[in-house]
Design a protein around this ligand. Structure first.
Ligand code: ADP
Ligand code: MG
Length: 684
C-alpha cells in the first residue's frame, strides 16, 4: 500500500464507507492522510466537581447516588442524574440515549468528560463515559477531531488514518535539506503522523508549521510554473476603444469614483492591448466592482465578441443579470444577454446554448453552468469571475478550453494586504478599487447581547415603516439539540409572532432548492419581503440597496472578515444603514473582537486585528469564512509562513544546481493531493 492506493485497500473500508469518504474528497490513502483534523480533544486531568465552570470541558470522577431517570420532552428523550464526588455534585444529561439508564449503575464509579453548560443551573451535557482504567490510558493524549459528513463518524476516520499511518509506505521527504534547515521544518513523515496524533502541543505545532509551509510552498511553485507558461500571450481579438463607452459612463445614474475610473482605464488598456489580460480587481465590499465588469463586457460586445460573467451562486447570477438588463434598457444598448443557471429547464438551456453557439448572445451571465460541456461559444473573448474565491481551478480551466484563450478578469472582495496578494496572485496583475462611492454614509454599528432584542425589533419595525428592509442572519438552518444557536426556521416563526402581521418575514438558507432561493431573493429585491431571515448564503455579492439593517444573531460564531462581508450587504444606497451584532454567549473576548467591527469599516484592518486578537495559539479557531481556503494554512494567521515559503520558492527556482526540468517536478506525482482540487482559485 502506498499513498496512491485506493482507500478500499484499508481493512474495514468497504464500498459503502468509501462513498462516504468520497463526499469529503478522500478517494486514496494520500488524500486520507492529508485530511487534517480541524482540532483536537485533549483528555485532561480529573478535577473536583466543586471546581467546574460554565463553558469548560471538564473531566470528573464520581458516582450516581440514584439510578438515572428518563424523561420525554416533545421529540427529545432526556436521560439525567445527579453525579457526585467528595467535593460536590452535578447534574448530568444526555439526549436520546435512554439505554444509558440500564448501562450506568448507581453506586459504581465512572469518569465523565464533557462540556459544562448553563441552563437553569450548571449542567454537564452529553458527557463521554469511561472506566477509571480506560481513562488513565488515554489521559494526556490529544485525539483528532475531523470535519465530517453525515453517516461518517469521527471514529471511522480516525481508525482509517491510524491504519494508514501504520501500514503505508509514505512518500519520501521532498523538500531540499537546506530549505528544511533554514526554515526549521520538521520532517514530512513525522509531520503527517503528528498532525493526526500529536504527542503533545509542541509537536502538533511543529507538524502544523511544516504542513502549512508545504501547502504554501507547493502552491506558490505551481503559480510560478503557470506564470512561466503563460507569460505574455499575444491576443488576436483586435479590440478597440470606443466612444460609446464614454457615453455609457456619462449616462450612468452616478459618476464613477476616482478609483473606479483608474481601474477602468487599466482594464481598457488590457483589453485593447497587445497581450491577453490576466487581472485581479480587488476592492472592499461596496466599492462598486460590478459596474467595472459590466463596462468590460460592453466593450467586448461593442467589438463584436462574446464575454461571460461567472458568479458563485444562482441568486447572484439572477441579480447581476437583472441589473445588467435594467442598465441596458435605460441606455438603449443593443446587445443581447443570456442567463445560464443550473435550475433552468432542459428546454430553456437548449435554447440558450443555441443562442450562445450561434453568436446571438453577446453577454452570458451565470453560475458554473456557463462552462458545462454542452456550452459552446461562437467567439468568446473575455471571462470574468466575481467573488472568485468560490471557484475551482478546473472550472476555469474548462472555460479557457472553449475556443481560444480569452482575457481573464477576476473580482474579489478578499481583504488581504497587497504584499500577500502579490504572492498569492503571482500570475495576475492587480488593480485595487480603494475608494467607496462618495454618497455613502458610514454604517452605524452596535454590539449587544440578547436582552437588547426587543429594542432591535422595535428599531427594525420603524425602519420598515420608513420603507426600508432588513436582514437578520442566524448561524443555523434548523433547530439542533446539540447546538445553542439561533436557527433560521424557528427564528422566522418567532419573528412573525413579534412583528405586526403587515410586516412580511421570510427565510432563506442554503438547503432550499435554487428555484425557491431565487424566488425569495427576487421578492426581497422587489420590496415584497420586509425582513429576510437568512444563513450566510447572502454573504457574497447580494445587492439590495434599499435594505438598511443587518442584524446578526450569535455574532460570536462568525469570523470578523465574514461579519464584515455580511455587513457589506447594507449601506449600499444613500440612506443611513445599521448593523446590529448580537452575541449569544457573553464573554470579554467576544465583545473585544466584535468591537473591532464597531471601530472600523476597513476590511484589511479588520482581518488583521482579528488575527492579532486571536493570537498565535488559536490555530484551529474561527476561520475567515471561505476566503482563500487552503487546507491547513490560513493566509492571515500564517502570513509569516507564506512569506517564508515565497522566499524558499525563489531559492529553489534560482538554484543553479537544480536542473530546470526538476524544479517543478515536486509538483507532479503523489504530492498533488496537497493541491486541494477545487479550492485553489487560480487558473492552474
Ligand atoms: P461590490 O464592490 O461589493 O461588488 P457593487 O458593485 O455591488 O459593490 O456596488 C454596490 C452599490 O453601489 C450598487 O448598488 C452600485 O450600483 C452602487 N455604485 C457603484 N458605483 C457607484 C458610484 N460611483 N457611485 C454611487 N453608487 C455606486
Ligand atoms: Mg460584488
Amino acid at each position: 500500500m502506498n499513498e496512491t492506493s485506493p482507500i478500499t485497500d484499508l481493512k474495514g473500508v468497504g464500498e459503502k464507507t468509501a462513498r462516504l469518504f468520497e463526499r469529503i474528497g478522500v478517494t486514496n490513502i494520500g488524500e486520507l492522510l492529508h485530511y487534517f483534523p480541524r482540532g483536537y480533544e485533549k483528555f485532561g486531568e480529573i478535577q473536583p466537581i466543586s471546581t467546574v465552570k460554565e463553558g469548560e470541558t471538564v473531566v470528573v470522577y464520581g458516582r450516581f447516588q440514584k439510578p438515572l431517570s428518563v424523561q420525554r420532552i416533545r421529540k427529545l428523550q432526556i436521560t439525567s442524574g445527579i453525579f457526585s464526588d467528595e467535593s460536590g455534585s452535578l447534574r448530568i444529561t444526555w439526549f436520546n440515549m435512554p439505554y444509558l439508564r440500564n448501562t450506568l449503575k448507581a453506586g459504581a464509579f465512572y469518569v465523565l468528560r464533557g462540556r459544562m453548560t448553563k441552563k437553569k443551573q450548571l449542567v454537564l451535557e452529553q458527557p463521554a463515559v469511561f472506566s477509571l482504567d480506560d481513562y488513565r490510558k488515554i489521559q494526556g493524549h490529544f485525539r483528532p477531531v475531523y470535519p465530517l459528513t453525515e453517516g461518517l463518524s469521527g471514529k471511522t476516520v480516525e481508525k482509517a488514518v491510524r491504519q494508514a499511518l501504520d501500514h503505508v509506505v509514505l512518500s519520501k521527504e521532498f523538500l531540499p535539506i537546506d530549505i528544511r534547515k533554514q526554515y526549521h521544518l520538521a520532517e514530512y513523515n513525522f509531520a503527517l503522523e503528528q498532525i493526526h496524533f500529536p504527542d503533545d502541543q509542541e509537536q502538533m505545532m511543529q507538524a502544523r508549521h511544516r504542513l502549512v509551509f508545504d501547502e504554501f510552498y507547493l502552491f506558490i511553485l505551481a503559480l510560478r510554473q503557470l506564470k512561466k507558461e503563460k507569460e505574455k500571450q499575444r491576443q488576436h481579438f483586435g479590440i478597440e476603444k470606443s466612444e460609446r463607452m464614454d457615453q455609457i459612463i456619462s449616462n450612468l445614474d452616478f459618476s464613477l469614483t476616482g478609483a473606479q475610473k483608474k481601474v477602468w482605464a487599466e482594464i481598457e488598456e488590457d483589453l485593447t492591448g497587445e497581450f491577453l489580460m490576466s487581472r485581479l480587481i480587488q476592492g472592499d465590499v461596496g466599492s462598486g466592482k460590478t459596474i467595472l465588469a459590466f463596462l468590460a463586457l460592453f466593450l467586448i460586445a461593442e467589438n463584436g465578441w462574446q464575454g461571460c460573467l461567472m458568479v458563485p451562486t444562482e441568486v447572484l447570477a439572477v441579480q447581476h443579470f437583472e441589473s445588467l438588463q435594467t442598465l441596458m434598457q435605460k441606455q438603449h444598448l443593443p446587445w443581447k444577454t443570456e442567463l445560464l443557471t443550473g435550475s433552468m429547464t432542459a428546454r430553456e438551456k437548449r435554447e440558450a446554448y443555441r443562442r450562445i453557439r450561434e453568436g446571438e448572445a453577446d453577454i452570458v451571465i451565470g453560475t458554473h453552468a456557463v462552462f458545462q460541456e454542452k456550452v459552446e461559444y461562437k467567439n468568446l473573448a473575455l471571462v470574468i469571475t466575481d467573488e472568485q474565491h468560490r471557484f475551482g481551478v478546473r472550472q476555469r480551466e474548462a472555460l479557457s478550453e472553449k475556443g481560444q484563450m480569452p482575457h481573464v478578469m477576476v473580482m474579489s472582495a478578499t481583504p488581504i494586504p497587497r504584499t500577500l496578494a502579490v504572492i498569492l496572485y503571482g500570475d495576475l496583475d492587480i488593480s485595487v478599487v480603494n475608494e467607496l462611492p462618495a454618497n455613502r454614509l458610514p454604517i452605524k454599528n452596535c454590539v449587544v447581547d440578547t436582552s437588547y432584542r426587543p429594542r432591535a425589533y422595535h428599531f427594525i419595525e420603524r425602519q420598515i415603516k420608513e420603507g426600508h428592509q432588513a436582514y437578520i442572519i442566524c448561524p443555523m438552518v434548523e433547530e439542533s439539540e446539540r447546538m445553542e444557536a439561533e436557527d433560521v426556521i424557528t427564528y422566522t416563526q418567532n419573528l412573525r409572532q413579534v412583528f405586526p402581521s403587515e410586516i412580511r418575514v421570510e427565510y432563506l438558507h442554503g438547503k432550499m432548492k435554487p428555484s425557491e432561493k431565487n424566488e425569495i431573493m427576487e421578492r426581497f429585491l422587489h420590496g415584497e419581503i420586509d425582513v429576510l431571515v437568512s444563513t450566510t448564503v447572502i454573504e457574497v455579492g447580494v445587492n439590495v440597496p434599499n435594505a438598511t439593517v443587518m442584524m446578526v444573531e450569535n455574532a460570536e460564531r462568525f469570523g470578523l472578515a465574514q461579519l464584515h462581508q455580511l455587513r457589506g450587504r447594507v449601506g449600499r444606497g444613500t440612506a443611513q444603514s445599521y448593523c446590529i451584532m448580537c452575541y449569544g454567549k457573553d464573554s470579554r473576548k467576544t465583545k473585544e473582537r466584535l468591537e473591532i467591527l464597531n471601530q472600523s469599516n476597513d476590511g484589511f484592518y479588520i482581518a488583521g486585528e482579528d488575527l492579532r486578537l486571536r493570537g498565535p495559539g488559536d490555530l484551529f479557531g474561527i476561520r475567515q469564512s471561505g476566503i482563500l481556503a487552503f487546507r491547513i494554512g490560513d493566509v492571515f494567521q500564517d502570513a509569516g509562513v507564506l512569506q517564508e515559503a515565497n522566499d524558499a520558492v525563489n531559492t529553489t527556482i534560482s538554484d543553479k544546481e537544480y536542473p530546470d526540468g526538476e524544479k517543478y517536478q515536486i509538483l507532479s506525482g503523489t504530492l498533488r493531493h496537497y493541491m486541494h482540487k477545487d479550492l485553489y482559485n487560480l487558473n492552474l
